[in-house]
Design a protein around this ligand. Structure first.
Ligand code: AMP
Ligand code: GLY
Length: 423
């Protein structure tokens, strides 16, 4: 089989690694890929959002399966476009991708179907948003409706912050049209977890649990990011909690989307807060989490391509998934300044010193080649991922590798997985 992976981040490097290891795969392409992916796949210089060029490429090369990593091309309809050309692609169509691409749509649907989520209101004008920002109980969570690379959510703790946030999104248009509407919702307290499931639109097959670390700094301080690290499994999700999440959240949303004529195909990702009153949905995504995918996929023992292919072709019932019992930890190394403005093009030192250990994986995110040197090329640069006999050992192994890698401005969290370890 020939497989094309769309995207060029750490999640895609992890996907390409697993896909390239499948015995049924003869060739892997990535568009656009990155410096790490280029070592195991043929990188094609087409951006992930160039749907038509990607479709033409896949048709020309006889690609058997396309796997879409990021949300933007899904929301733009890449899977529909491939479908029209008879090209199988793993992921939902544009109408189903609205579950992730519009927080207003997702919240309204959850409310309609009684899926537990934070109480909220929608505002669609700056005047109304300012009015709410002046009155809302604090802390409050302010979310741009549309896609904002994980950065469109602010937990406002002060009145000034709430007002500044609505101005930044609605007046200064920090996220463009994604900020034309806002969701303002109650701030929930608890531990966050990510539950992912393969789905063919009607049935689903859950993956193991994982936990992301969204804030930029240790102890969950600083601004929200795309994710600074992850581990899997998350011990806070015991079997009873997992069953509850599947029953109260995953199955109802799959059925709701199906009834709306928007079947979710591919991957359903529920970002949840485990509150004292039970689990609540923070958001649904329709793709693998990044960096959750890195921590999950190194634990996957089954053939990923078989699973993706079966999901895409309506054979999810034939799938059975086996996991490495060992926990995995992924530590993201980010550019100085991320998630705000950062410089790039800095040489990355020490990569060769962490090669060779079969339980350590350095997934590239924002990297590219400059001559023979790997340099930084994005906010999140690397995801250093390790397996260990227990979570503590996985952490140690990951951080040992982190200490051997350097680039100018590099920053990372030192507490990935610590909460679970303390448990
Ligand atoms: P979202 O993109 O909606 O998942 O939001 C991004 C991040 O903001 C989440 O992962 C949480 O850390 C935080 N967040 C979102 N909604 C809430 C909420 N209602 N209460 C507390 N934190 C939230
Ligand atoms: N790690 C969070 C996300 O992928 O949305």
């Amino acid at each position: 089989m020939k497989v094309l992976v769309v995207g060029g981040g750490g999640r895609e490097h992890a996907l390409v690694t697993k896909i390239a290891a499948s015995p049924s795969v003869s060739k892997v392409y990535a568009a656009p890929g990155n410096a790490g992916i280029a070592k195991i796949a043929e990188c094609v210089p087409i951006d992930a959002t160039e749907t038509i060029r990607l479709r033409n490429f896949a048709a020309r090369e006889g690609v058997d399966l396309t796997v879409v990593g990021p949300e933007a091309p899904l929301a733009a309809g890449i899977v529909d476009e491939f479908g029209k050309a008879g090209l199988p692609a793993f992921g939902p169509g544009a109408r189903a991708a609205q579950l992730e691409a519009s927080k207003v749509f997702a919240k309204d649907l959850m409310k309609k179907h009684g899926i537990p989520t934070a109480p909220y209101r929608v505002v669609d004008s700056l005047a109304l948003a300012r009015e709410w920002a002046r009155e809302v109980d604090l802390p409050a969570v302010i979310k741009a409706d549309g896609l904002a690379a994980g950065k469109g959510v602010v937990v406002a703790r002060t009145r000034e912050e709430a007002l500044a946030t609505v101005d930044r999104i609605m007046k200064d248009k920090a996220f463009g049209t994604a900020g034309e509407r806002l969701v303002i919702e109650d701030c929930l307290e608890g531990e966050e977890v990510s539950i992912l499931a393969f789905t063919d639109g009607q049935s689903l097959y859950p993956l193991e649990s994982s936990q992301d670390h969204k804030r930029a700094l240790d102890l969950d301080r600083g601004p929200n990011t795309g994710g600074m690290g992850a581990y899997s499994p998350a011990p806070v999700v015991d079997d009873a909690m997992m069953r509850r999440i599947i029953r109260e959240m995953l199955i109802p949303i799959i059925h709701a989307m199906h009834r709306e004529g928007r079947p979710v195909k591919g991957l359903l990702y529920a970002g949840l807060m485990l509150t004292a009153d039970g689990p609540r949905v923070l958001e649904f995504n329709v793709r693998f989490g990044d960096p959750e995918a890195q921590a999950l996929l190194v634990r996957l023992k089954s053939d990923l391509v078989e699973i993706l292919d079966a999901t895409t072709n309506g054979r999810l019932d034939q799938v059975s998934i086996e996991w490495d019992e060992r926990p995995a930890v992924c530590v993201v190394l980010a550019s100085g300044g991320y998630p705000d403005r950062y410089d790039q093009g800095f040489p990355i030192q020490g990569l060769s010193t962490v090669e060779g250990d079969p339980d350590v994986f350095v997934f590239h995110a924002g990297t590219r080649m400059k001559g023979s040197q790997v340099v930084t090329a994005g906010g999140r640069v690397l995801g250093v991922t390790a397996l260990g006999a227990n979570l503590g050992l996985a952490r140690e192994r990951a951080y040992d590798a982190v200490k051997k890698i350097r680039f100018q401005g590099m920053h990372y969290r030192t507490d990935i997985g610590l909460k679970a370890l303390d448990r």
